[in-house]
Design a protein around this ligand. Structure first.
Ligand SMILES: Nc1ncnc2c1ncn2[C@@H]1O[C@H](COP(=O)(O)OP(=O)(O)OP(=O)(O)O)[C@@H](O)[C@H]1O
Ligand SMILES: [Mg+2]
Length: 339
């Protein structure tokens, strides 16, 4: 198998509030291969953005990585010096945020913003960088790209601004793009266009994409693989088709029945599972996670074992795991216990 573009093992992140140190991410392991899209899905506060920021080396103050490994093309990022991380950011890995207006510089033209990134990371002259800026605007299918080069961010629509962000993210041909809720601020038609565009660009560049979203429907459309997060843990992961056809964690089933576009697929779930439709309760705040299964207070399937012992990682199929006592292990005995 190809070496993964991104290989995260047992990542732990904690926050020091001044009064106590709390776990934010606990033992997250993920792999992302070239040309594939991994969807990270979960409710607000589950640790999706913190995962992205840990990869980029941009965790906010008071947050720190307390364990694990993050390798980009085999290189350990957690041991990289700040200058090395700066060189990798925007070059080997780049990020697209939810609201492009906050990431674009309001006083620079679109041409300047793209060509500056190119000049910062690649050994190009100003004229070459401008030419790349032109090509990139064409690549992200901005109408009349020549005219847009001289525009300022406020002169563009939200969808156009997000296309510019994608152009900037792709300008240095990164191996990894992290898109954190890239279309939440856009209407549904524009969302679909942006997703299609990312897919098309990925076909030609083989960039690995990590797509962070609340929306399991978007994951179903866009992603090859999915990791479901709950309260700082990855509770289920595998290929999208496998997870949507056989969701094994009660939280994943809850998310599926909450996603109207996926209800059809969820028809296979039995009545008890269907009932999980609206997941009762809320994601606990950091510092208030149960010490056993973090989903316990909201789970209708929980029993005494769930309340007493941490759930195991169960291998449901060869490439599909769930962190739950109730998940049915694959028949093959050697696949039963992962740890
Ligand atoms: N700047 C911050 N200071 C303190 N706590 C924070 C900060 N940003 C996030 N948190 C907390 O860290 C935890 C993980 O947050 P994170 O931003 O990763 O969630 P998320 O899954 O991206 O949520 P959303 O879907 O709302 O973007 C949450 O409990 C959140 O409240
Ligand atoms: Mg977030």
């Amino acid at each position: 198998m190809d070496r993964p573009v991104l290989d995260i093992t047992d990542l732990r992140v904690e926050v020091d509030t001044g009064r106590a140190v709390h776990s934010v991410l606990d033992g997250v392991s993920l792999q992302l291969l070239a040309g594939r899209t991994l969807g990270i899905v979960g409710e607000s506060g589950c640790g999706k953005s913190m995962t992205a920021l840990a990869i980029m080396g941009l965790l906010p103050d008071r947050f720190r990585v307390s364990g694990g490994s993050i390798r980009l093309m085999g290189e350990e990022l957690l041991q990289a010096r700040p200058a090395r991380l700066r060189a990798l950011r925007g070059n080997a890995m780049s990020m697209i945020f939810q609201e492009p207006m906050t990431s674009l510089n309001p006083v620079l033209t679109i041409e300047r913003q793209i060509s500056e990134v190119v000049q910062l990371h690649q050994n190009k002259t100003a004229a070459e960088a401008r030419e790349i800026a032109r090509e990139m605007l064409r690549a992200v299918q901005i109408p009349s790209p020549e005219a847009r080069l001289a525009a300022y961010p406020h002169e563009l629509s939200g969808g156009m601004r997000q296309r510019v962000m994608i152009a900037i993210a792709l300008a240095c041909q990164p191996r990894l793009i992290i898109a954190d809720e890239p279309t939440t601020a856009l209407d549904v038609t524009v969302q679909a266009q942006i997703f299609r565009l990312l897919r098309e660009l990925q076909d030609s560049t083989r960039t690995a994409i990590m797509l962070i979203t609340h929306d399991l429907g978007a994951v179903a459309e866009m992603a090859d693989d999915v990791a479901v997060f709950y309260a700082g843990k990855c509770v289920e992961k595998g290929q999208v088709d496998a997870i949507l056809s056989d969701p094994s964690h009660p939280y994943t089933r809850g998310l599926m029945t909450c996603t109207p576009r996926l209800r059809l697929g969820a028809a296979a779930l039995d009545a008890e599972q269907q009932e999980l439709g609206e997941i009762p309760g809320m994601v606990p705040a950091i510092g208030r996670f149960p010490t056993v299964c973090r989903f316990l207070p909201r789970c209708r399937m929980a029993d005494g074992r769930c309340a007493n012992t941490e759930p195991p990682v169960v291998r449901v199929a060869s490439d599909h795991t769930a962190l739950c006592w109730k998940a049915r292990p694959d028949e093959a005995p050697e696949m039963r216990a992962v740890r």
